[in-house]
Design a protein around this ligand. Structure first.
Ligand code: 4AD
Ligand code: MG
Length: 478
């Protein structure tokens, strides 16, 4: 990624300093230094010490600055050793990049000067050199766990996946929309809302009790706002924080998570939505695998050894589609007993999702056409009987279960109006009905849970380990 060219640029930048006498060493990131082949002149690397090994003749350090999983080896004269030069300390090392005699790396930094910028009390520091702690242990230290290999790899994968998602949509002609975080509607109608209030304790007499005059909540989905925008831009997406007050301690739920949502106008069938979901998953995953192979490998090697093969299967095979009605039949015929008895009209439980994925050969499965009564008001009636099924789709993936949820939206005014009236929501959603009155086009979209996506590609069991600062019932650290 950062080759000799990048290095030359850095050196050039440095050599244009006003006074040649005070020429400063070029500052390189660890990943740049590791990729460099040969370097003339001094360089400077800043980062945190991952190991210190002092021998009679030589002092070895490993410095990591978060730019790569690999640390840069520093070799120094033992006289440069300092009592503050310990595991975890922040340092700046100046010296020359030289070819390494070590088989594992191209170069090493021959230090001329080592400055401890910030010492670290190793006795109190919760992590120790060369110790792989369980993820549950690291979770207790959300302010420090990004200094571990696992979390730093995770955060680089997260960052690359975010960029890949944006480029996928950009390359396919979608407009990015910032949908609001504070909203006055409950898109999913499930009542899992966080109320937004001011911290003012005393209310002025006569003053409206709501800051916004109406009750306001943190968004559970940007879908309705995306539908507005799909009515002008045809293809839109959003990717932002999403909030659900679900009282769940499960390994798949957070109170604050990130959702990728897309909305397309002029759809012809649910297949249009399904195709985008599958393309998004495969394209983004291929980019992540090519951009950060070492980081992904760490998970596939140490956290979930079966995941590499699973992921290859997912990328190689076409995803399967089965109607909900058939899925229930498959579950009823299953040779195993479920805690929740499968029955038409009931939601699929995690145990059912797992079985269906296994039944289909451990590839992702689209379950389509769910019962009308199970799904939110905006989904399109399939008209296959009186309010029988809607054009909904859930994508179930091996290990994680539900990864995406989407549907065609009810674009026909009279269908939507009567559903909203039955729910007593017609007044509140007049603006949404307007969209069906002024140039309504068939449309649909979906949402993908970003943390569940990361769990799925990396094989991380608990969702709390794929987000920097997890929020869940009874916990909001930092
Ligand atoms: O299936 P959901 O509820 O769908 C919607 O919100 C639609 N309005 C999206 C749309 O069509 N634009 O949520 C979408 C996905 C789920 O499949 C799941 O992956 C994730 O969001 N998700 C959660 N992830 C972590 N923690 C939670 N509490 C989640 N709830 C949903
Ligand atoms: Mg869902």
């Amino acid at each position: 990624m950062f080759g000799a060219r990048c290095l030359l640029l850095a050196l050039r930048r440095c050599s244009s300093a006003p006074c040649p006498k005070h020429k400063q060493a070029a500052r390189l990131r660890v990943c740049e230094a590791l990729e460099a082949q040969e370097v003339a002149g001094d360089i400077k690397v800043q980062g945190w010490v991952r190991s210190v090994r002092s021998q009679k003749q030589v002092l070895f350090l490993h410095i990591n600055d978060g730019s790569s999983l690999e640390s840069l080896q520093v070799v120094a004269d033992p006289t440069l050793e300092h009592r503050d030069l310990t595991f975890g300390s922040a340092v700046e090392v100046q010296g020359k990049l030289v070819k390494s005699l070590h088989r594992m790396q191209n170069v090493e930094l021959k230090a001329e000067n080592i400055r401890v910028v910030g010492p670290c009390d190793t006795l109190m520091f919760p992590f120790k050199p060369r110790e792989r702690q369980p993820l549950e242990y690291s979770r207790q230290f959300p302010h420090l766990r990004c200094r571990t290999n696992t979390l730093s790899s995770l955060l680089r994968v997260r960052s690359e996946a975010t960029a890949a998602i944006h480029s996928f949509f950009k390359d396919n002609g979608y407009v990015h929309v910032h949908t609001p975080i504070i909203t006055s509607n409950d898109c999913e109608g499930a009542g899992e809302l966080f109320h937004v209030r001011t911290s003012n304790k005393v209310q002025e007499p006569g003053e409206n009790s709501h800051f916004f005059n109406v009750p306001a909540f943190l968004t559970v989905s940007g879908q309705l706002h995306l539908e507005v925008m799909a009515g002008a831009f045809t293809q839109v997406f959003t990717f932002g924080p999403t909030f659900r007050a679900e009282n769940s301690q499960s390994r798949r739920h957070l109170a604050e998570f990130y959702m990728v949502e897309a909305e397309m106008s002029f759809t012809e069938s649910l297949q249009d939505i399904i195709q985008v979901m599958e393309d998004l998953f495969k394209t983004v995953t291929s980019i992540v695998l090519s951009k950060c192979p070492q980081d992904v490998e760490l998970f596939h090697k140490y956290i979930s050894p079966a995941q590499k093969g699973r992921l290859e299967q997912m990328l190689k095979n076409k995803f399967v589609t089965i109607p909900y009605t058939e899925a229930v039949e498959i579950l009823k015929r299953a040779p195993q007993t479920f805690t929740f008895q499968p029955k038409w009209g009931r939601d699929l439980q995690t145990e059912h999702e797992k079985y269906l994925v296994k039944h289909c050969g451990e590839v992702p499965v689209f379950v389509v056409n769910y019962p009308y009564d199970l799904k939110p008001f905006y989904m399109r009636d399939n008209e296959d009987g009186p309010q029988h099924t809607v054009a909904a789709v859930d994508l179930l993936v091996p290990g994680t279960g539900e990864l995406c949820g989407g549907s065609l939206r009810e674009e026909r005014l009279h269908f939507l109006q009567s559903r909203l009236e039955r729910l007593g929501l017609a007044d509140a959603y007049q603006w949404y009905l307007d969209l069906r009155q002024f140039g309504s086009a068939p449309h649909g979209g979906f949402g993908m849970g970003f943390e569940r996506y990361l769990q799925c590609i990396l094989g991380v069991d608990n969702i709390k380990d794929v987000i920097p600062f997890p929020r869940f019932p009874h916990s909001c650290l930092l």
